[in-house]
Each structure stands twice: as structure tokens, then as C-alpha cells.
Design a binder for this molecule. Structure first.
Ligand code: SAM
Length: 226
């Protein structure tokens, strides 16, 4: 699975790409991340990538020419091309799973007021938001997408770890406990110390249902809500 990120600030990804699960996934060759500097496609003397918005108003807009040149050179027409935008479809685990099945995903990180609409109309397959708030740029959203997708790519994490995670089967995860058995007067639930795996599985499933009903009833089917 390969990600390409088109950005004015590739240095933001330093550290992120080397560390933890994603670092391992890249070293094993299961996930590749290519960073492309948008400014390399600017042709004017100052290598400028932004300009004032038609119609006036605050802020700058990323110009279409460098974006078009970059996207053509990256073969956007034959790749799933995503513009990260607060106005896009809200990211969720189903989209994450869908992206993990793709051979490659091309992410466009906007800056300033965003990118020229004609680029969206001509090159973008999907606009994607990571939440109902506005960030300064698409780099952090790109990292969110890459990290969420990389961990569900085959072979990156063992299947069992992913099985009961939040959003698998539309449920949130059960609570976790580790040593010591008693901490600050609070004991680990007895069932988890029982060694009875059938009872533990049952308890965990019940906890998942209770937590989801309480916090995220919107995830449940009508039957599960009652
Ligand atoms: N003017 C835009 C608006 O009101 O929708 C916000 C532009 S924002 C300051 C600059 C860039 O950050 C956007 O082009 C987008 O790439 C990225 N961005 C900001 N918030 C985002 C979010 N919630 N999800 C995805 N991308 C986001």
C-alpha cells in the first residue's frame, strides 16, 4: 500500500514516519509513504504557490497551476486522489478499511484558505475531513489517515489485536486493566482474574455493548440499542 502526500511542508512528517508501528510497516515494505513538495512544481521566479482569492476576502488560495503539474506528474488520474478538507466526508473506520485495500492513495494537504476549486473538480475523487474543526493545514489530517490505514494493512498488526477494537462490529472497546490487582483502593474486576475465558469473553462483550449504548448509541443497530 502506497501513500503519496502533496504538501508545502514535508518536514512536518519527520519523526512520524520513522516511529512505532508505521516505522516498522515502512521498513518491512508493507506501507510506503512518498512526500512530494508542491513548491517544486511552481514555475514563476518566486516559486509561489498561493494567490489572492477572486471576489476578495481574507487569506490566500493555493494556485491551480503547480497543483495541476504535480498531480499530472503523480498520475492522479489513475490513483485514488483525496483532498483533505474540513468540508469533506467525515473519516471513519469503514473508510479506513476501504483505503487499506487500495494499492495507492494520493493525499493533497491544503494550506491557507484551501485549494482552487477547479483542481477539486478536475482531479479529486474524494474530499475527506478528520473532524468538525479547522486546522491550519492538511498535513496532520494526512498523518491521521496514514496512521489509521497503515495499522489495518495486512501483516502490520496481528489480526487478534484488531478484532475487538473500537468500531469493529460497530462497538467501542471494553475496559483494560493491568498490574497491580489493586490500585488506589480500586480492584481489577474479579472475572478477569478467574482464568475462565468463556466468562471473560462474555463480560467483555457486555462491557462493549454497555459502553457503546451509553456513549455512542448511533453506532448500534435498533435491536442493540434496547
Ligand atoms: N477555509 C477552509 C474552510 O473554512 O473550510 C479551511 C482551510 S484550513 C485553514 C487549511 C487546510 O487545512 C485545508 O485546505 C485542509 O487541507 C486542511 N484542513 C483543516 N481542517 C481540516 C479537517 N478538519 N479535515 C481535513 N483537512 C483539514
Amino acid at each position: 500500500m502506497k501513500f503519496t502526500v502533496l504538501t508545502l511542508f514535508p518536514e512536518i512528517f519527520d519523526g512520524f514516519l520513522e516511529s512505532s508501528i508505521l516505522g516498522r510497516a515502512r521498513r518491512s515494505g508493507r506501507v510506503a509513504v512518498e512526500l512530494v513538495q508542491l513548491r517544486d512544481f511552481a514555475t514563476d521566479r518566486h516559486r509561489s504557490c498561493d494567490d489572492y482569492p477572486y471576489g476578495g476576502g481574507a487569506g490566500m488560495v493555493l494556485r491551480p497551476e503547480p497543483l495541476a503539474a504535480a498531480l499530472s506528474s503523480l498520475d492522479a488520474a489513475h490513483r485514488w486522489t483525496v483532498y483533505l478538507s474540513p468540508g469533506g466526508r467525515l473519516l471513519n473506520q469503514a473508510i479506513v478499511q476501504d483505503y487499506a485495500q487500495r494499492e495507492s492513495v494520493l493525499l493533497i494537504a491544503g494550506r491557507y484558505e484551501g485549494i482552487d476549486q477547479r483542481i477539486i473538480d478536475a482531479y479529486v475523487d474524494e474530499e475527506l475531513s478528520i473532524g468538525d474543526y479547522v486546522l491550519g493545514g492538511g498535513e496532520v489530517p494526512a498523518m491521521v489517515v496514514i496512521e489509521a490505514v497503515a495499522r489495518v494493512v495486512d501483516g502490520v498488526i496481528n489480526r487478534e489485536s484488531l478484532r475487538d477494537e473500537s468500531f469493529a462490529d460497530n462497538l467501542l472497546e471494553y475496559p483494560h486493566y493491568t498490574r497491580p490487582e489493586e490500585f488506589d483502593g480500586q480492584r481489577v474486576p474479579e472475572v478477569l482474574l478467574s482464568g475462565n475465558h468463556a466468562r471473560i469473553d462474555e463480560w467483555r462483550h457486555r462491557q462493549r455493548l454497555l459502553k457503546t449504548r451509553c456513549r455512542r448509541p448511533d453506532l448500534l443497530t435498533t435491536e442493540e440499542q434496547t
